[in-house]
Design a protein around this ligand. Structure first.
Ligand SMILES: [Zn+2]
Length: 160
């Protein structure tokens, strides 16, 4: 993604600003200019208003990722989930501050704003929303980094 496009999108990434159709009440994130739910789409053009999502919702489905994408190497395993927000839109986001084994469908979560990744030599830092358990008792500190090299590997190296 270009830097320009990123900065254009930053406000909504930060605050979950969506839009709402005042004709039928459907909420959209990212915001839309026309409501596809309304029978007469064109009539909704003037009826869309900015709408602030609360960031609260529940886990619809999730995946535990063990193989990190480039730029996420320090974070495996991590959990990516579809979250149904209380206002309706379904968002994709990482679930943080939880043991991946404790994540479950229906778990209540709330949005939190985090550094997502640092990009290349330019050091562009992307921020965005992630989700954390709403219930503090579900929260866990992040696992300490683990040593990935098995003992045999270092022994092999020593011989080489
Ligand atoms: Zn509508």
């Amino acid at each position: 993604m270009s830097v320009a496009r990123f900065w254009r999108e930053t406000p909504r990434r930060y605050n979950l600003g969506g839009s709402k159709c005042t004709q039928c009440g459907t909420v959209y994130f990212p915001p839309r200019l026309v409501c596809p739910e309304c029978t007469h789409h064109r009539q909704s053009i003037e009826k869309m208003v900015p709408f602030q999502l609360s960031g609260n919702g529940e886990v619809l489905s999730y995946t535990v990722v063990h193989e990190a994408a480039e730029g996420f190497e320090m974070q495996v395993p991590y959990v990516v989930a579809l979250v149904t927000t209380d206002e309706g839109p379904v968002l994709t986001g990482q679930i943080v501050e939880v043991d991946p084994e404790r994540v479950r469908i229906g778990m209540r979560v709330r949005a939190t704003f985090r550094k997502l990744r640092e990009e290349g030599a330019a050091g562009v830092i992307h921020y965005g929303y992630k989700f954390a358990p709403e219930d503090d008792s579900e929260r866990a500190p992040r696992n300490p980094p683990t040593e990935k090299l098995p003992a045999s590997t270092s022994a092999d190296r020593a011989r080489a």
